[in-house]
Write a protein that binds this ligand. Structure first.
Ligand SMILES: N[C@@H](CCC(=O)N[C@@H](CS)C(=O)NCC(=O)O)C(=O)O
Length: 225
């Protein structure tokens, strides 16, 4: 059960309302809201004013309406850090936008206009962006200044959907990505938002991939350099 379902009278009567459901990508919004301590109310996917009838879709006081999961994350990040400068925001916004524009396709193989998943590229050798992500994650625990941020919510959420959609994916040749996926799934707020089963499945897959690769179990990210 989502921890972020309305808990306060304020949240029930006004404030942030997220049109979403557990079987979609909307829990990634719940994950960030939980990490940032932002209360929001989850409401049914429809009816909503989403121009394309999709989820997630966020509304806020003052007539604010936000579609696109990445735009919603950035809106919430603004709320969590109202003093952030353009330079500060750029450090995480690029990862959030990259997740929607590139990583989504790399993880699921959907094509514009057709969101059916077709297959993942994460376990295909020689995919430049995935090779590069592996390199980047072999040198840092979290993407922005080594500190967990909305960038990790965006990137980690997409990566961690992959074993659910494609159970036969073998990431044993991507030890840094695997270690990162495991770190994300190990966060209590991840399990709250996506469900304990989702988190446990990701962690079990990560353990199996590590085992297949012969890497030390549960080692820090530096071991994979
Ligand atoms: N790029 C959009 C994709 C939204 C999307 O594809 N949502 C799916 C659920 S994960 C949906 O609403 N599917 C039903 C539909 O398209 O009618 C985002 O990141 O918000």
């Amino acid at each position: 059960m989502l921890a972020l379902v309305a808990t306060t009278a304020l949240a029930m009567s006004s404030g942030l309302r997220l049109h979403g459901s557990q079987q979609t990508r909307s829990p990634l919004v719940n994950w960030f809201a939980a990490e940032a301590g932002i209360p929001l109310t989850v409401v049914p996917p429809r009816p909503s004013a989403h121009p394309f009838g999709q989820v997630p879709f966020l509304t806020d006081d003052g007539g604010v309406e936000v579609f696109e999961s990445g735009a919603i994350l950035l809106y919430l990040a603004d709320k969590a850090a109202p003093g952030a400068s353009a330079a500060d925001r750029a450090r995480y916004a690029k990862w959030v936008v990259w997740s929607n524009s590139e990583l989504d396709g790399l993880c699921f193989g959907a094509v514009p206009g057709d969101h059916r998943v077709r297959g993942t590229s994460l376990d295909k050798p020689g995919v430049r962006s995935v090779d590069r992500l592996e390199e980047i994650l072999s040198g840092c625990e979290w993407l922005v200044d080594g500190t967990f941020s909305v960038a990790d919510v965006a990137v980690g959420s997409y990566l961690n959907y992959t074993p659910l959609f494609f159970p036969n994916t073998d990431l044993s040749m991507r030890p840094a990505i695997v270690a990162y996926m495991d770190r994300c799934a190990a966060r209590p707020k991840f399990a709250e938002a996506f469900g304990a089963q989702h988190a446990a499945l990701v962690r079990a897959k990560c353990a199996a991939w590590r085992e297949r690769a012969g890497a030390p179990k549960g080692g820090p990210f530096g071991l994979f350099k």
